[in-house]
Design a protein around this ligand. Sequence first.
Ligand code: GLU
Length: 531
Amino acid sequence: MARILSTYLETILSQSYKQVYRVLRRRLSVSAKKYEVRVRFAPSPTGQLHLGGLRTALYNYLFAKSQNGKFILRLEDTDQSRLVPEAINSLEEILIWANIPPDESPRLGGPGGPYVQSERLQHYQKYAQILLQNGAAYKCFCSSKRLTWLRNDAIRRKETPKYDNRCRDLSSAKIEKLESGRTPSCIRFKLEPVNEPLQDLIYGPVACNTAEIEGDPVIFKSDGFPTYHLANVIDDHLMGITHVLRGVEWQISTPKHILLYKALGWEAPRFGHLPLILNKDGSKMSKRQRDVFVDYYRANGYFPLALLNFITSSGGGFEDQEHNTLYSLDDLVERFSLSHLKKNSCRLDILKLQQFNRQHLEQSIKNPTLLSRLVTELHNKLKTSYQTSLSGGVCEEYVSQVLMWSEGRVTSLQDLVLPEFSYLWVRPDHHFLQNLPPLTVSHVAVLEDMHELFTNGCDNFTKDATVKSLKSLGEKFGLKMPAIMKLVRMTVGGIKEGPPVGELLALLGREEVLWRISHALSILSKHQTST
Ligand code: GLU
């Protein structure tokens, strides 16, 4: 006994010790800092937010909040040809829906604004000129024809295409001549060899030999817009970004960015790259998959918290992470640490999301405030799916009873709107009556008696009481229980299979059950008279 007690105490103490340690670690790291942590999520508005984007936004949010810092949303729309105007609003809106709202953003504004790159062109022009003046960049007059030729030539020689830096050393006289002839030009940045590895917050040291693989990158296009590299670096600096957490596909660009910071005389933020997100089978996620977009999950009744746990359960980032626990957002923030982020690719298993969603639904149903929110949400979904055909005008009390009954049967609210549950909301079509099970006696006679029993007997119309009445009915007509149950299911619900009959009747309630039986009787009698 004493041993059990001491183990128990030890467990409690070690748990609370961990919590105290986490809080202290956070406090100390915050007070030791001279600056506030500022991170950003910087999507290009080329479409709806996908799971990869949500993952980046989420980890930035968790890092910011765990450090009492700021999470910023910036839209990178310098590639105007790929712009999708609706995405400008929807990206911010979906972060709000996911409960990871930014502190500064295009809508909210903030000290580093504006937060849309096309509104910040004067900054990019200014710094591009500075880079030209200090010799870190140069004007390139190569025509697209020449660049295509260079590319094709490299491919023909089975080499990686790269710009040959031809315009790096043009004389001032030559530049003047080309400019007076109005030859279009762009600005390129001189890539210098980097000797030290990139210290990635997630991957550790990463070798960067960018200058060996690539030619000098364009930083300012002839259309007057900067490219991603220049705009991204300038904005991160002007917005005071302290840490850049982004997808690993950008790791290749980071050495270029670090060189740009150097050339501008700025201190670079710290960089961490998040590994690839893959489908469960290890295949790449494609934007052609509908279920890659966050909006798909929103429309299909998934809870934001389930979605966030779905991502963190595969991406890591937490000490002592239990993979089946649905953590609250506060818990996720509290437990987050960059050092626990995984660096191997994350495979997303949709079954995990369903499990989290079911868990969240069950917890919400048990909480009266959340239950009433679910009722409103489900009611709205019903209005959209079944329009005016809601049987007898479904009331909130009924929706709430259905929700409590549905616990453990469904994964999301949306499931309750599926055709397989339509009997809960709409009266069955009379065509179902053709599927009544064959009986040795007339259906009408049995249903008439059933109507009578349910009207005057069966006092409280509970599950047990209705089953008891049905048993006596079976005995009276010499029918076996399975036959009676089939008859009830088909008459009342229009279904061959479904929940236990007693539950179905108790859920629909006496009044509705009687209406459905009378309706079936009126159709069956009409059918009898016409044959
Ligand atoms: N605009 C880039 C994107 O669409 C941002 C990359 C970064 O975070 O630096 O993902």
